[in-house]
Ligand binder design. Sequence first.
Ligand code: AMP
Ligand code: GLY
Length: 428
Amino acid sequence: MKLLVVGSGGREHALVWKLAQSPRVTKVYCAPGNPGIAKLAECVSIGVNDFAALAELVQREGIDLTVIGPEDPLLQGIVDDFEERGLAVFGPRKAAAIIEGSKTFAKDLMEKYGIPTGAYRSFTDYEQALDYVRQQGAPIVIKADGLAAGKGVTVAFSLEEAEDALKSMMLEGVFGEAGARVVVEEYLEGEEMTILSFVDGETVVPMVPSQDHKPVFDGDKGPNTGGMGTYSPVPHMDDALIQQAIETIIKPTARAMVKEGRPFRGILYTGLIITDKGPKVIEYNARFGDPETQVVLPRLESDLADIFQAVLEGRLADCAVEWKKEAAVCVIMASQGYPGSYPKGKVIKGLPENTEELMVFHAGTAEKDGEIVTAGGRVLGVTSIGENLYEAQDKAYDAILTISFEGAHYRKDIGDKALRQAASRAKR
Ligand code: AMP
Ligand code: GLY
């Protein structure tokens, strides 16, 4: 079986890494890929939104299945396009991907079907948004309706911050069309957790939970990024809580999409906040998370190609999806200045060889004159597997000490929330 993975980040590196292990997979292609992926797959330099060129590649090489990594092509309708051409493709159609593409759609869906989330209002008029924000007071959350590369959310702890966010989204257009409509949302207090699920219509198979670290600095300080690191499992979130999230949020979401005539087939990402009233949704995505995938797939015992195939053939309900008990930690090494502007082309030194327990997933890298250089904000996802989170964390940070590039920045506390909870439990 030949596969094509579309995308070029750490998530796609993890997907290629896992798929290449399948005994059924004879060859993996990646478009456009990156130098890390090139060690496992044939990278073809086609952009993720060039559907015609991607389809031509699939037909020319006799590729059996295409897997879409990022949200952009999904929202542009790559799955509809491939299906019209009679090509097998894994991911939601455009009509279902809107669950990520419009926060207003997602909030309205949750309201209509009673799925727990924060109270909200959606606005296209700046003055009305401003009135509502002043009436509600801080803390309050302002979200651009459309895609904004993970940066369209401001958690405002003062009215001034909230007003600035409204102004830059609605009047100054910093996110373009994505910010023409905003969602103003109740601030929810609690720890975050991500659950990715394989979904085929009403059939939902949740993956193991993980926790992302969005803010750029230690202790969750500084602006939000696409994600600075992840770990899995999330041991302080017990099974009952995870089950509650599945029963009250994930399954009802899949059912709601079917009822709306937008059946979801692919990976549904639910970003949750665990409030004192239980789990509530802060966001949906229509794809694997980045960097959640980098810790979830190393824990997957089963063959990922088999699961994708089962979804496409409507057999997900009968498919055994097994997990390893080992823990995984992924620490992102980012360019200086990220999530603001950052330099590119810095030479990366000391990259270790990947082993079964240590994988350096490339996110924003390029090859120049025979050297690997930085080419993005998030550069590498240094990922380790261990018997438990302590061991996985140690191994990931030990590996980071060997890797260097000018201005490299990483958080030093990925996984600490879980370990702190474990320590305080032990003391009690
Ligand atoms: P999002 O892009 O929707 O995941 O939001 C980015 C980050 O903003 C989340 O990971 C949370 O840390 C935070 N956030 C989003 N919505 C809320 C909310 N209603 N209350 C508190 N924090 C939020
Ligand atoms: N890590 C957050 C995301 O993939 O959207």
